[in-house]
Design a protein around this ligand. Structure first.
Ligand code: PEP
Length: 251
């Protein structure tokens, strides 16, 4: 049985003081919920202060990105080695990294391998564009993107995949639960074919794209959806906590 997982991606928002305040608020509002794994991914500069502020709580901290090399001449980057011990999760291949910063599937694959080697669970993001959806070929295209992003992956049992259709991110136009389930059921089947039923059963699948407290439960009720990757709504402690509550006790 997979534990539901709800992850908040704060993107490039909050200064350190605001970030620590928001983290504490989320922690307070959700402290009684222990049947959901709860993760926040603040900006890098706030990771350490938040980690200290959350010591002893059940709210986990993740990174929004990582550089796969342990150290070196990569100005402005934060390495997987620096994050090791500080975070338990890291988002890799978010569509903003792919589209704004030009990350290829190969780059994402190297980050997945590096994260696993440092005991950080990668949250691998995939999803199709509007044109790809309109082509009628979205499922095959997303599976291709996923397997290219997992090239060289050895540790299939700790994998988290977030299906985030580009047309649903930050648009207020979430995918229907049926569309999300169709895609995520296909992803799970493809992982079973590639890596076996144990990997398929262990795979945690998140839906991302305009998740709010009002629609969260309809996603969590789907057979292959284990949780959510939440952008905008994770910046409100109350709204994010309500989404986390919706992930509890889903049959
Ligand atoms: C995201 O950026 O990962 C995301 C899902 O954003 P939003 O929830 O705002 O659509």
């Amino acid at each position: 049985m997979r534990m539901p997982l709800v992850v908040g991606n704060w993107k490039m928002n909050t200064n350190v003081e605001q970030a620590v305040g928001l983290a504490k608020e989320v922690s307070d509002l959700t402290h009684a919920i222990d049947q959901v794994t709860k993760v926040i991914c603040p900006p890098y500069v706030s990771l350490e202060p938040i980690k200290k502020a959350l010591a002893g709580t059940k709210l986990h901290v993740g990174a929004q990105n990582l550089h796969p090399e342990p150290s070196g001449a990569f100005t402005g980057e934060v390495s997987v080695h620096m994050l090791s011990g500080l975070v338990e999760f890291a988002i890799v291949g978010h569509s903003e990294r792919r589209n704004i910063f030009g990350e290829s599937d190969d780059t994402v694959a190297s980050k997945v391998i590096a994260a696993a080697a440092h005991k950080i669970r990668p949250i691998v993001c995939v999803g199709e564009s509007t044109n790809q959806r309109d082509s009628g070929n979205a499922i095959d295209l997303v599976k291709q993107q996923l397997f290219a992003s997992l090239n060289g992956c050895q540790d299939w049992t700790r994998l988290i995949v977030a299906y985030e259709p580009l047309w649903a991110i930050g648009t207020d136009k979430a995918a229907s639960p049926e569309i999300a389930q169709e895609m995520m059921g296909s992803i799970r089947k493809a992982i079973v074919s590639k890596a076996g039923s144990r990997a398929g059963e262990a795979l945690t699948l998140l839906y991302g794209g305009s998740v709010k407290s009002g629609n969260a439960r309809s996603f969590f009720e789907q057979q292959d959806i284990d949780g959510a990757l939440v952008g905008g709504s994770s910046l409100s402690a109350v709204e994010f906590s309500e989404i986390i509550k919706r992930a509890e006790h889903v049959d």
